[in-house]
Design a protein around this ligand. Structure first.
Ligand code: MTE
Ligand code: MOS
Length: 783
């Protein structure tokens, strides 16, 4: 069996096994980047001096007072950089800036024997600043046209003609908040040079190859002189796609200049104030519907807050534009995306990569317009679902479009939606101060990197003489279970038990030129590469076995550590015995595997093409109860049906769906980033810089009833063992929580009223929205 998607009858893929690191995680024995430095002698600690201006020129920087602090060894500044003083890929992110671009930006780094000494050293550095005007909010940026990067437009049809035909035309705007990654492990790097002067860096990075390239750049070295390893991350969520590079470069520069190992680990406040977050957005839209409630045209200006530098803001915007349709066919579209430059942290990738923002805009539009069209929001949604044969605004056929409707129908049935709607209405009729809301929303999310070149991966598989297997691949483990899935893929492809396979940490000297582990495609890409390597090895072993068993190589079977002729399992030999024979016959027992996703193309100027291999689908039903006195609410019940193809690892996928959903609910209902946008001395300071002021979802916010189902008979033929990516799509299932809150808020007011709800819909925001609903009710009663 050599096709990508077909599964053998026996194999480790599809088994519900725990995360490969679960026991280590829960016993505290799993090691993270910063733990690895403890064993090193002579270790130096790095500490940043963070500017307290949103925007300012650095007039002078005097580091001599720092050098007088006992234990301080060196202060790293721009003058120390042998290569390029830049930590990004757009050349707009000076590692040591001459102009401060956001409050909290590091202007220099102090190295010392202890962390305390480094901190005291940073406090002793004297910097003279010349403050400059700062742009803080999206509104300010739009007014001042403080933009960066390209301004792409996604177009289909003729939006003016579409609006002219429309029986109903509505306009509005919607500004909504970003999100802090709040991975449990903050950014960390550990660098040292070996005896031949090779730079070795342990980094908590989703993109080891790019970390390697940036470090090489900064040090003025070829990539081959720099090795980056990522053992595992305590969460990344997109926040470690680009942000780790600069920290790794600082550690590497320190190690180069001092000859000592250097550790750099941000504390929580440093991480919150220095690293980028999910982009907040502002959308101004006009939408037209026909009399049947079908969307005819959507025109929008979409602005994202990119912060001080571009990093991934352009591709994030591209994904926003590619997901503004979500699950709906919109014949005429014209949506322009603009990245604003503000004096804030450089906003970056975050689970969904801009897709959630695009989908949220359209879901918000539909819910606001439904009452104006005299329709229930779920009915309006249903009427606009993609049908088989339709294409997206960027010209890609919507593969398996019928799943949108079938998942929705199945979920509505299994969640008892109709009966619960009646119950909710009855509850609301008898409860003046507490109201319930029920909502269903759906998700369509494109899988693959928009940037076609990234859709490749490599792997290295070694079979040792004793039959044991060691695998290495280009993906990183951040808790999502990629390594678990890769072990299952290798065991299946070689026909050995899971226990025979071990996985080695991700390193750039094992598999080069890797893509970020991102776009949810880690398992698709690296799984393809591992399977490819294993199939090469198995092919060679088949020839050896065929000779021993007296059959054609095609008729040799590999199953659970046994190798036999088809139909004769009793006459086989052990995998390990076969491997030893193969070695004796001088057979190569290892292989490098490669995978590239076929059939993709994308024109980023025209915003047209087929950037995605397929779509992941899902739907969710949420029920909330809102307290009319405080705006506080509880999530009573959530039902989800999600499409992961044929799951590679059902427990892992379940965890991804539950975790993604809760993280999405956090973004939409709790997590509220506040920057000081006053004209006072703290202008630009992040006010929510700890867990006490930035509210994350916890057990208390978990739904009381949480039922997650995986779509059955969902084989995806273009993907390794028929599976689908799962990492990001579930975050957008949480839109139903926001819509349930909107429904509950609406129940405080007159029927059929369009409800506007801020995002995040914090209890405070919900309270103000329901106050408005109540006032509308009073006005209606007075009439
Ligand atoms: N799950 C956990 N536990 N931790 C994470 O950091 N990152 C998410 C998702 N799930 C993340 C996670 C993001 S942003 C992506 S793109 C995918 O995992 C990346 O991994 P994959 O491609 O292997 O799915
Ligand atoms: Mo995920 S935002 O693509 O790292």
């Amino acid at each position: 069996m050599t096709s990508l998607h077909e599964r053998p009858a026996v194999g480790a893929v599809g088994e519900a096994i725990p995360h490969e690191g679960a026991a280590l995680h829960v016993t505290g024995t799993a090691l993270y980047t910063d733990d690895l430095g403890v064993k090193l002698s002579n270790l130096l600690h790095a500490w940043p001096l963070q500017a307290q201006h949103a925007h300012a020129k650095i007039v002078t920087l005097d580091s001599t007072p720092a050098l007088k602090i006992p234990g301080v060894v060196r202060v790293l500044t721009a003058a120390d950089v042998p290569g390029v003083n830049d930590s990004g890929v757009k050349h707009d992110e000076p590692l040591f800036p001459s102009e401060v671009m956001f409050y909290g930006q590091a202007v220099c780094w102090v190295l010392a024997d202890t962390e305390d000494a480094a901190r005291l050293g940073a406090e002793a550095v004297v910097v003279e600043y010349k403050p400059l005007a700062a742009v803080l909010t999206l509104q300010e940026a739009v007014e001042q046209e403080s933009f960066q990067g390209s301004r792409p437009t996604m177009r289909r049809g003729d939006v003016q003609a579409g609006l002219a035909q429309a029986a109903h035309v509505f306009s509005g705007d919607f500004e909504f908040g970003g999100q802090e990654h709040f991975y449990l492990e903050t950014n960390a790097a550990l660098a040292y040079t070996d005896e031949s002067g090779q730079m070795f860096i342990q980094s908590s990075t989703q993109h080891p190859s790019e970390t390697q390239e940036i470090v090489a750049h900064v040090l003025g070295l070829p990539s081959s002189a720099v090795t980056v390893q990522c053992l595992r991350m305590g969460g990344g969520f997109g926040g470690k796609e680009m942000q780790p590079h600069g920290f790794a470069a600082v550690a590497a520069l320190g190690a180069t200049l001092t000859g000592r190992p250097v550790r750099l680990r941000l504390n929580r406040t440093q991480d919150l104030t220095m690293t980028g977050k999910r982009h907040p957005y502002l959308a101004r839209w006009t939408v037209g519907f026909d009399d049947a409630g079908k969307v005819l045209a959507l025109q929008a200006e979409v602005y994202s807050d990119g912060g001080w530098s571009l990093d991934l803001s352009e591709p994030v915007m591209a994904r926003t534009l590619c997901h503004i349709d979500n699950a709906y066919f919109i014949p005429h579209v014209e949506v322009r995306g603009t990245v604003c430059r503000t004096n804030k942290t450089s906003q970056t990738a975050f689970r969904g990569f801009g897709g959630p923002q695009g989908m949220l805009m359209t879901e918000d539009i539909l819910s606001r317009c439904a009452p104006k069209l005299g329709l229930e929001p779920e009915e309006l949604r249903r009427r606009n679902f993609y049908q088989a044969g339709q294409t997206t605004p960027y010209g890609q056929p919507v593969k398996d479009a019928d799943r949108i409707q079938s998942i929705w129908d199945a979920l509505v049935t299994r969640s008892d939606y109709a009966a619960r709607q009646t119950e909710v209405a009855a509850f609301n009729a008898s409860s003046p101060h507490r109201k319930r809301g029920l909502a269903v929303t759906s998700v369509k999310f494109g899988i693959s990197f928009n940037f076609t070149s990234y859709n490749q991966a490599g792997a290295l598989v070694h079979v040792y003489k004793d039959g044991s297997v060691l695998i290495n691949h280009g993906g990183t483990e951040m808790g999502q279970g990629l390594h678990t899935k890769m072990l299952q893929v290798a065991a299946t492809a070689l026909g050995v038990p899971l226990s025979a396979v071990r996985l080695a940490p991700t390193r750039t000297d094992k598999v080069p030129n890797t893509s970020a582990t991102a776009a949810s495609s880690g398992a698709d890409l690296n799984g393809g590469a591992i399977q490819n390597a294993c199939h090469q090895i198995r092919g060679r072993l088949s020839s050896v076995a065929a000779g021993r068993l007296g059959v054609h190589p095609d008729d040799v079977r590999f199953e659970a550590g046994r190798v036999f002729a088809i139909g004769h399992p009793e006459n086989g030999l052990d995998f390990a015995a076969l491997v030893l024979h193969a070695y004796m016959e001088r057979t190569q027992l290892w292989a490098a595997g490669f995978y590239r996703t076929p059939g993709l193309h994308w024109d980023r100027e025209a915003m047209q093409g087929e950037p995605f291999k397929y779509f992941a689908y899902g739907a969710s039903v949420s029920e909330v109860e809102v307290d009319g006195f405080s705006g506080g609410y509880t999530l009573r019940r959530v039902d989800i049906l999600h499409d992961v193809g044929d799951s590679l690892s059902p427990l892992i996928d379940l965890g991804q769906i539950e975790g993604g959903f809760v993280q999405g609910a956090g973004w939409l209902t709790l997590e509220d980033l506040r920057w000081d946008s006053s004209q006072g001395p703290n202008r630009g300071r992040l006010a929510t810089q700890s867990a006490s002021t930035y509210k994350l979802p916890s057990f208390g916010e978990m739904p009381e009833i949480f039922r997650v189902g995986l779509l059955e008979r969902a084989t995806e033929t273009g993907v390794v063992y028929g599976s689908k990516a799962v990492g990001e799509p579930p975050i957008m299932l949480a839109i139903s929580v926001r819509e349930a809150l909107r429904a509950a808020v609406g129940a405080f007011g007159p029927a059929g009223r369009s409800v506007e709800l801020a995002s995040p819909a914090t209890p405070e925001a919900v309270f103000w929205a329901l106050q408005e609903a109540r006032q509308a009710q009073t006005v209606a009663a007075d009439d």
